[in-house]
Design a protein around this ligand. Sequence first.
Ligand code: SF4
Ligand code: SF4
Length: 523
Amino acid sequence: MENMFCYQCEQTANGTGCAVSGVCGKKPDAANEQDALTCELIALATAMKQKGVDRAQAVDLIVDGLFAAVTNVSFDKTQIAALTSEAKAQKEKLGGIQVLKAEELFHGDENVTSLRSTLLFGLRGMAAYAHHARVLGKRDPEVDAWFIKGMAALSGEHTVDEWLGLLMEFGGVNLKCMALLDGANTGAYGNPAPVQVPLKIEKGPFIVVTGHDLRDLKMLLEQTDGKGVNIYTHSEMLPAHAYPELKKHAQLKGNFGTAWQNQQKEFSNLPAPILFTTNCLMPPTPAYADRVYTTSVVAFPETNHIEADANGHKDFTALIDHAIKLGGFSEDKHLTGINGGANVVTGFGRQAVLDNAPAIIDAVKAGAIKRFFLVGGCDGAKSGRNYYTEFVKQTPKDTVVLTLACGKFRFNDLDIGKIGPFPRILDMGQCNDAYGAIQVATALAGAFGCGVNDLPLTLVLSWYEQKAVCILLTLLSLGIRNIYIGPSLPAFFSNTVLNVLVEKFELHPITTPEQDLSKILGV
Ligand code: SF4
Ligand code: SF4
């Protein structure tokens, strides 16, 4: 019996689709409401395209509606239904139109459904990045226009080649969206600089902040200045320590915990509240549900939610008071990463690496650096993800591992040595900082007078949710070949679509670290 259907993430049930209830904890009522919302947004985009209307308010709704359907963002049917009603109302103002029914979204011709899903999930990922840029006052008319074009295209009839063309065009636009967010973050908070981040929690009241939204963190830092409440990052918020305008707040002390899938274990006995600025939110257990604060489109029924006022300001008083009431630990708590390390290093963002480009190029020319690996992407709960830890451990000593996103918590506390002044693991930041990695690869290719595919660089990606989908499409649109991807392939790729991607782009499903490394290194 099918209560719902969702196959957008890597942990989907049986590797085919969640049909009874979501493995992530999403209930059928929320899943079905997300499908209804998606169809209303497609209809709204189609109506806008047909009428030649370009309304920022409608694009914002499309962006938020897509973001709310990303894995582990909203589990709250009521919140999703409010977005559906708003989409319907805006669509009615444009004359009303119904283009795709919810039950048709993920059913029908296998290849059409696969290609449509790939574009939809890519758009959901890009919406998250566009949302973060918007809260910092940045938008790009080309990106906004593509939300309308892409959503309207989802209900159209296209040949496989036309779908592939749309996917590649989308990949190019997503690069612009990531560039927009990079500019928004660095414009507001400065260029990240390498920094060592302790994993120790100091005694006294504290708040843990997770997700990807630096603006939320900044507002919380401003509101905790001088209050005796320390702030610790969690998961994708770790790179915040490298931004000068965030780092200057003395109460931003360190990082707590690892990646999203460990929340229930890590948060259950914490004498502190947790702020979720974005995904990845796991359904909170009763042990800590009352200490969870969500904001923006992140929501879980009956947990504390903090909304922005008309000016985008958020009042975190309740969260701060909660931290003071709980009091934190009575003694400093010395914690470690997964591999026993007491510190992690982050902040090798685009500019920090490019500033060191001459030294890096010299090291490559002198043979001190033989290869770069970008081992990046999401972490997840399924077994098999220790591939990435083992892969990094087995990389030769004359290679550099660039990393980004939350998959790095599998290995970022490892000490695998240095090459000259550079640690062999360079953390470039969050998943959206894939933009910075692309810039670095392009600059290195320019310096060596070759194409990116000719560089001694291999991408070894771990995917989990839809931001990984939009990044993959961007890499493919740039013509980057020979990407290794795991831990399993997306359920929404039909055999035909997968074969096209493998043949056209030489995508490699990961095997074992030994086998893949020997293939990459040609030994
Ligand atoms: S987001 Fe993933 S786990 Fe959740 S319902 Fe969809 S496919 Fe299943
Ligand atoms: S990198 Fe992916 S899996 Fe990890 S927290 Fe960000 S969105 Fe979630």
